[in-house]
Design a protein around this ligand. Structure first.
Ligand code: FAD
Length: 375
């Protein structure tokens, strides 16, 4: 292969920054074009996400290939955090699953789904049932309020915003150019791809909606938004040590404890391309479920109440499409963006640098190249 050394990346959200850092570290000249006016407002879905890295918990609601991508990604995130000059909160203390006695049927259903995926993949850690005393040892803050729980070992989370900032600092440190307030179309950027050895990567998430066709091929559109509402709280009286999910037939929630008693509580999942402010109903449901997990949330302070839409393809799975020579679209990360992004990026890098898609095939990532389209 020739040795391509420059790229335009559309979108400085999660995928754009992650891919940009990999490329600048490999010696490429990179320009990112981001529609947001400044770093504070950039990041789309990645800015509001809880950034949980929970392949086992997610296996109850997603396909085994997403779980496989998540398992691949966990050590990749760990290695990336260790290599960044500024610290980013990252932990692998597992996930705790709780339910109220009346929702035991929901818990059985959840556990059965986890075990089915574990049996299919063969490489997932087993969920560990905890009785009340074991739960009190594992997570003392909820002792006495729940009779049993499930512990999912090895799962992780990170501070998404700190990660976005650290990636941006790394991009700058390697001389990448980031253009803010630079809303772009794929057509604009494709003109640049005619320069020898220049690549274009479209990482605009939902901003790429108009250019993600519904053509019936694998990974085709339409790309849609799935609305999520999340609350960010400061709760000095709460000391959860790991992401905790409350199973509930109507409003399941998660509580992701970040550093310094900040908690991200989410998230609703509504089939709507609607970024209007959070509804009263959603806010009540999220906050009362959090209060049911720990009464210390009563005195918490609401730092933010955010709404964003998850970029989602019809099959709810991520996909990569090589639209034209050296023009690659990455999208459809839905509710698993942090979980799968390192796998998606590595698969794209392998295609760009080595000219094949073995990793995508291994992980079951839809990766459409001109060759697969004509095959
Ligand atoms: C409420 C919520 C909670 C979530 N929680 C989790 C979680 O716990 N774990 C997990 O793994 N995932 C989670 N996700 C999913 C994750 O955030 C997304 O899948 C991920 O951010 C998608 O990454 P992306 O890079 O494709 O898009 P984004 O992160 O949305 O980035 C797209 C970027 O492109 C820019 N852009 C858009 N249009 C243009 C244009 N025309 N020109 C230039 N730039 C443009 C945007 O401003 C943005 O900066 C959550 C999402 C939401 C909404």
């Amino acid at each position: 292969m020739s040795n391509p050394l420059s790229a335009t990346i559309l979108g400085a959200g999660l995928l754009g920054r992650l891919l940009g850092v990999a490329l600048v570290r490999a010696g490429w000249q990179v320009e990112l074009r981001e529609q947001a006016p400044d770093p504070e407002h950039a990041g789309g879905a990645a800015r509001v996400a809880a950034a949980m890295l929970a392949p086992l918990a997610e296996s109850a609601v997603t396909e085994p290939n997403v779980v496989a991508m998540g398992l691949y990604a966990l050590p990749r995130w760990q290695a990336l955090c260790a290599s960044l000059p500024r610290p980013v909160f990252f932990q692998r203390e597992g996930t705790l699953i709780l339910w109220h006695r009346q929702d035991a049927r929901e818990a059985h259903r959840f556990e059965a789904l986890l075990r089915a995926t574990a049996a299919r993949l063969g490489s997932l850690p087993e969920p560990q049932p905890l009785h009340a005393e074991q739960l009190a040892q594992c997570e003392p803050a909820v002792a006495g309020r729940f009779a049993q729980a499930l512990y999912l070992p090895g799962e992780g989370q990170l501070d998404g915003r700190a990660m976005l900032e650290a990636l941006l600092a790394e991009l700058h440190a390697h001389g990448a150019v980031v253009r803010w307030g630079a809303a772009s179309t794929l057509a604009d950027a494709m003109a640049a791809s005619h320069r020898p050895g220049h690549w274009v990567f479209d990482c605009r998430g939902l901003g790429a909606q108009a250019e993600w066709p519904a053509d019936g091929a694998a990974g085709s559109g339409p790309l849609r938004g799935v609305r999520g509402e999340v609350v960010r709280l400061y709760a000095p009286d709460v000391t959860l040590q790991r992401p905790t999910r409350l199973l509930h037939p109507r409003y399941p929630i998660y509580i992701a404890p970040k550093e310094r008693h900040v908690f991200v509580i989410g998230a609703t999942e509504i089939e709507a391309d609607d970024r209007s402010p959070a509804s009263v109903r959603s806010t009540l449901e999220l906050l009362s479920a959090a209060y049911a997990v720990h009464p210390g949330f009563a005195e918490a302070r609401i730092l933010e109440l955010n709404t964003e839409c998850r970029p989602t393809l019809p099959d709810n799975l991520p996909a990569v499409r090589v639209r034209a020579p050296r023009v690659v679209q990455l999208n459809g990360l839905y509710r698993h963006g942090y979980l799968v992004a390192p796998a998606v990026c590595d698969a794209v890098l392998q295609y760009v640098l080595e000219g094949h898609t073995a990793l995508a095939q291994q992980l079951g990532l839809t990766f459409v190249t001109p060759e697969t389209l004509t095959a």
